[in-house]
Design a protein around this ligand. Structure first.
Ligand code: PHE
Length: 446
């Protein structure tokens, strides 16, 4: 398999995958909802104890295997244990995530558009705007969903180098610049310190075992591990890329952007005492009102905010599409164009089902009273991702030979025995224990 990413290209592309709506939209509201400081600490802990080691592990598997997720695992699995390749089918989760993710991309594009034309001015209007796109005007919603899906598929159709790498080399720095600009503006506001206080002081009353589960789930979702995406990107990385170094950069960028976005969002909300709406509402219902309250500059801030969300979400969506496309092109020898069209159409149809599951009159598109959109969201991030994370940890820690792993890793940042062993035992022992505990807790066994 040929290398297609430069060293920087790989870091930015994988960071682009990691930084998504999970950081700018989901992290702030769950941090607020589950107790602020204690939640952020738990999240950071989960990030370093579980997600980071698995990010390193998944990069290792892809960089070594140099093919799509299934073939890479097949290549690296010892003789007699080739059946571990089934773990590569975690790319099915990437497909499922992309279906609802593209719906969110559509909403974001719609909001970028109305920021310039008809930004909602108060809570009532903001609620109406969200209802229009999410549940009342299917055609409008489908139009924006289609535009988003098309952009994502187009980039993948262009290929790893001309599509993915090029877009990330441009969009990631652009995202950081836009966010830093907005952050700089937020720093001039009085509510800046209130926002910091809100995010970093702990409200223990809101912190419970559910918060711990949410923190771990978020830590997984945010670095994109457990769905074959990192493995696929790593298969295009330089053979000698320093894995420790690239993983640290990816985690750093991901965390930095989540925290910057969190502080900025709450600064804007507190500046004019905008009521916080919960969950989805924070970015789509509260933020527009916060921006409107700034008068003239508000429209510009709103536009910048939704454009940055669009950048972040598109660089994640393309990684989700590349994983199954890589599988079809490399495993079944289908051309990139055909594979892209085929998977994109599949995602489009399933995505439409997610989109319509929120529309008035389509309540039949639900499972156990939950709209399909929510079902996909919950099943992927709380069940499938942690499950494949657990299997991956077992594969690396218990199936592969330790000496073999060390020999590969020592050339790629893990020369120091202490560093190597810390990582190795986090993967082999600590993360499985945590993930099993989480599973038992979710199944209400403990
Ligand atoms: N990490 C992305 C986010 O934070 C979502 C994602 C998950 C992307 C899994 C790719 C794979 O929004």
């Amino acid at each position: 398999m040929q290398t297609k990413f430069s060293k920087l290209g790989f870091i930015l592309a994988t960071a682009g995958s990691a930084v998504g709506v999970g950081n700018i939209w989901r992290f702030p509201y769950i941090a607020g909802e589950y107790g602020g400081g204690v939640f952020v600490l738990t999240y950071l802990l989960a990030l370093f104890v579980v997600s980071f080691p698995l990010l390193v592990g998944e990069t290792f598997l892809g960089q070594f295997g140099r093919k799509d997720a299934v073939s890479s695992l097949e290549a690296i699995a010892p003789e007699g244990k080739k059946y571990w390749k089934v773990l590569g089918f975690s790319i099915v989760s990437a497909f499922l995530i992309l279906a609802f993710y593209n719906v969110v991309v559509g909403w974001i594009l719609y909001y970028a558009y109305i920021s310039l034309t008809s930004l909602p001015q108060n809570s009532q209007e903001a609620k109406e705007a969200f209802d229009i796109i999410a549940s009342q005007k299917p055609i409008l919603s489908v139009v924006f969903f289609t535009i988003g899906s098309f952009i994502v598929s187009w980039i993948i159709y262009r290929g790893v180098d001309k599509g993915i790498q090029r877009m990330n080399l441009f969009l990631m720095p652009a995202l950081v610049v836009v966010l830093l600009f907005m952050f700089g503006y937020a720093m001039t506001l009085d509510s800046f310190f209130k926002a910091i206080e809100f995010l970093f002081t702990s409200d223990l009353a809101k912190f419970n075992s559910e918060a711990v589960l949410v923190a771990i789930g978020q830590a997984f979702f945010t670095v994109s591990v457990g769905v074959g995406v990192v493995m696929t990107y790593a298969s295009f990385s330089d053979k000698h890329q320093n894995i420790l170094h690239s993983s640290l950069w990816i985690i750093f960028l991901d965390t930095f952007i989540a925290i910057i976005a969190g502080i900025m969002i709450f600064t804007f909300l507190f500046a004019n005492n905008i009521p916080l709406s919960e969950s989805v509402g924070l970015a789509f219902k509260s933020m527009p009102v916060a921006f409107a309250s700034f008068g003239k500059i508000g429209s510009l801030l709103a536009f910048m905010f939704f454009v940055s969300l669009a950048f972040a979400s598109i660089t994640s969506a393309i990684s989700l599409l590349e994983a199954p496309v890589s599988y079809l092109t490399q495993r079944l020898n289908i051309s990139r164009a055909k594979a892209t069209i085929f998977i994109s159409l599949g995602v489009y149809v399933v995505g439409l089902a997610c989109l319509f599951s929120y529309m008035d009159g389509f309540s039949f598109l639900s499972i156990a009273k939950k709209p399909l959109f929510d079902v996909f969201n919950i099943v992927t991030s709380s069940v499938l991702m942690p499950l494949s994370g657990l299997l991956m940890a077992i594969f690396i820690g218990w199936v592969l030979d330790k000496r073999f792993v060390f020999n590969y890793m020592k050339e790629r940042g893990f020369k120091n025995q202490v560093v190597f062993l810390s990582w190795y035992y986090l993967v082999k022992i600590i993360s499985p224990i945590i993930l099993v505990a989480v599973a038992l807790k979710e199944l209400k066994i403990i």
